[in-house]
Design a protein around this ligand. Structure first.
Ligand code: HEM
Length: 221
């Protein structure tokens, strides 16, 4: 067995790759939130932004990277969960009794992860592959994705689903963010409070930022 094979099959190797892919996804989520803030500037600003992104050929490379990170993150999570359960059949019982380092966020990671998975599939179906309107901006025909988004959020049930999914996303990424440092061995007590603060701030920002956008789009109807 080679060294690299050992690394990828070891528990710490899987955790470190999960942390790395999670970091990439956390970065994408923040970039996506910042881009979506253009919704506040109106249809033309948002449509032009989406057009600029999607008409760049590099988008295919970025999308392939995103899918690879997402799939790797998910598959490793499932492997680690199976390994943990078979290594310690009574893990939950023992943990609950001792309560070592357990938090609501850490215990619910598989469930919040599942909500995110369902969310992404529906999200892509409704927006990326959703109704394709077009509009003219300065003589250029572009997709009117703003209209697709605003029409979607006309339904308050969809807004509620988004807020729920964004809370799950905030909890999941917030815990993931801090465990990422543990997986990479950066867990000196000196840095713990800062890491906890940044993780919490990140989770709150994505949960509230995306939720406010969904509510704002609802109000535009
Ligand atoms: C209010 C919340 C959100 C809005 C309004 C929104 C809007 C959009 C729109 C309009 C697109 C299609 C872009 C295009 O094809 O032109 C898109 C794509 C996408 N969104 Fe969101 N989004 C939101 C939240 C999220 C969240 C929370 C995530 C995941 C953490 C996410 C992940 C994605 C992904 C992976 C794509 C596909 C990107 C690509 O193929 O290049 N979105 N989003």
């Amino acid at each position: 067995m080679t060294k690299s094979h050992n690394y990828f099959t070891s528990s710490i190797g899987k955790k470190q790759i999960m942390a790395l892919t999670g970091f990439g996804l956390v970065g994408f989520t923040m970039a996506h939130l910042l881009g979506n803030l253009l919704i506040f500037l109106g249809a033309d600003a948002f449509n032009m932004y989406a057009y600029t992104l999607t008409s760049n050929p590099l988008i295919y490379v970025a999308e392939a990277g995103l899918v690879a990170m997402f799939v790797l993150h998910l598959v490793l999570a499932v492997f680690l969960k199976i390994e943990n359960s078979s290594a310690r059949p009574q893990a939950y019982y023992v943990k609950k009794k001792t309560g070592r380092g357990e938090t609501f966020a850490s215990v619910t990671m598989p469930y919040t992860g599942l909500v995110i998975l369902v969310f992404i599939v529906l999200h892509l179906m409704n927006f990326k592959y959703g109704t394709h309107y077009t509009t003219m901006i300065d003589g250029l025909e572009v997709r009117d994705i703003f209209r697709t988004v605003v029409e979607y959020f006309a339904n308050p049930l969809y807004v509620a689903w988004y807020v729920f999914a964004m809370i799950a996303l905030g909890i999941h990424t917030s815990h993931g963010f801090q465990s990422m440092f543990q997986s990479w061995g950066v867990n000196h007590p000196k840095y713990t409070p800062t890491i906890h603060f940044v993780s919490l701030a990140y989770g709150l920002t994505v949960a509230s930022g995306f939720s406010i956008l969904a509510i704002y789009c609802h109000l535009l109807n």
